[in-house]
Design a protein around this ligand. Structure first.
Ligand code: PA5
Length: 369
């Protein structure tokens, strides 16, 4: 089934595969678009960072937070909320990210940041966020429209790293990105649609986990990649999924596996491994697999990160996971792109309470001042 390209193209009616194949080039384009961004001098030296967004537009914030963990002395939080945390002030740099530019929680958080005089940078392809940013003179990374937001992850993540380098908070980000892009191009050859199943780890993995609920277990900085994979299973494969990460999961989720097999055998576990795991962590994961997962889960599947930098490792797994979720969609006979229920929910919500129009009015007033 996964090698029948004609049949697959019929199911993938909006070409998710071709967008995925362009991921490395989209990363290159994201660098260019961000490098030309002009930032006010006062943006140098922020004390706190908030990444504001929802769903596919927020996950880049989680990747950024994990990547930055041992690199910068500034705290980063990701806000998926209508309001921002109380601590935000004019020393806080807020990244307002919405692919469509019309997500109400993000627009509401944006207004909050404006009122708190935060330094704001928007990332969007369109919509009100673009419009509000223009009215208020907020620097904006303008990204191409026409993709599913989650498929635009390159444009929603890479700019954060480049901006941090531009602001002098970190160095060598560009170098690390270029190195990761080269690796992604090599991985693409191994996992793309035209590579047959027997040589294709993403296709093989999809066949393995088909018919189970995948739980993705990350570790340390791969927590965000595990979350990304879970969300890709939800949105692309239309499958329930969950995620957790080591070492934390040994203190709670592990006990859930003591439950009856009638439940535990519904799940497969995908473990995200790092070839350079510190010995205490490797030991912990290996023991958890032996003692619990191999006995209780339907399948235990391991995916190993590639590359020599943290970014390369994160993106290598993310890329395999993205393809894997789309192959799983094909095995289920579902189109990976549309997320009908999200679209419907957004419409229904808007009918009841039109938050966006009232935000629009407030922004117009603030822009006049
Ligand atoms: O992937 C998706 O389509 C969703 O998770 C969206 O990203 C989410 O609903 C937020 O929309 P936007 O990214 O346009 O702000």
């Amino acid at each position: 089934m996964l090698d029948n390209i004609q049949q697959i193209k019929k199911i993938d009616s909006q070409n998710m595969f071709s967008v995925l194949e362009k991921f490395p080039e989209h990363c290159e384009d994201a660098i260019k678009r961000t490098e030309s961004l002009i930032l006010p001098e006062r943006f140098r030296g922020p004390e706190k960072i908030v990444v504001l967004g929802m769903g596919g537009s927020a996950i880049g914030g989680d990747l950024f937070r994990n990547w930055l963990y041992d690199k910068a002395e500034i705290p980063v939080i990701v806000s998926r909320e209508y309001i921002l945390p109380k601590f935000v002030d004019k020393e806080t740099l807020v990244f307002a990210i919405s692919y469509s530019g019309n997500t109400e929680e993000t627009l509401s958080g944006f207004l909050y940041a404006v009122k708190k005089s935060c330094m704001i940078i928007s990332i969007t392809s369109n919509g009100r966020l673009q419009d509000f940013s223009r009215q208020l003179g907020v620097p904006t990374v303008e990204i191409p429209s026409g993709m599913a937001p989650r498929a635009a992850i390159s444009y929603l993540f890479i700019p954060l790293l480049i901006i941090f380098e531009k602001l002098g908070v970190i160095s060598n980000a560009r170098e690390e990105i270029i190195d990761a892009i080269e690796l992604l191009k090599r991985i693409r050859e191994e996992i793309r649609l035209s590579t047959p199943t027997e040589e294709n780890i993403a296709k093989k993995s999809a066949m393995e986990i088909k018919g189970t609920v995948p739980l993705v277990y990350g570790q340390r900085y791969l927590e965000s990649v595990a979350k990304r994979m879970k969300c890709q299973f939800n949105e692309n494969s239309k499958s329930l999924s969950g995620y957790d990460f080591f070492p934390e999961l040994n203190h709670n989720e592990t006990v859930g596996w003591e439950g009856p097999e009638i439940f535990t055998k519904m799940f497969s576990v995908i473990l995200l491994r790092d070839p350079d795991e510190p010995p205490e962590l490797k030991n912990r994961i290996d023991i958890t697999i032996k003692l619990i997962l191999e006995k209780k889960a339907k399948k235990v599947h391991q995916l190993t990160a590639r590359g020599s930098t943290k970014l390369a490792k994160m993106l290598s797994l993310l890329y395999i996971g993205d393809f894997l979720s789309v192959y799983l969609a094909i095995l289920y006979g579902v189109d990976p792109t549309p997320v009908k229920i999200i679209t419907r929910l957004k419409k229904e919500l808007e009918k009841k309470i039109d938050i966006v129009s009232s935000i629009e009015k407030e922004i117009r007033e603030l822009a006049k001042k």
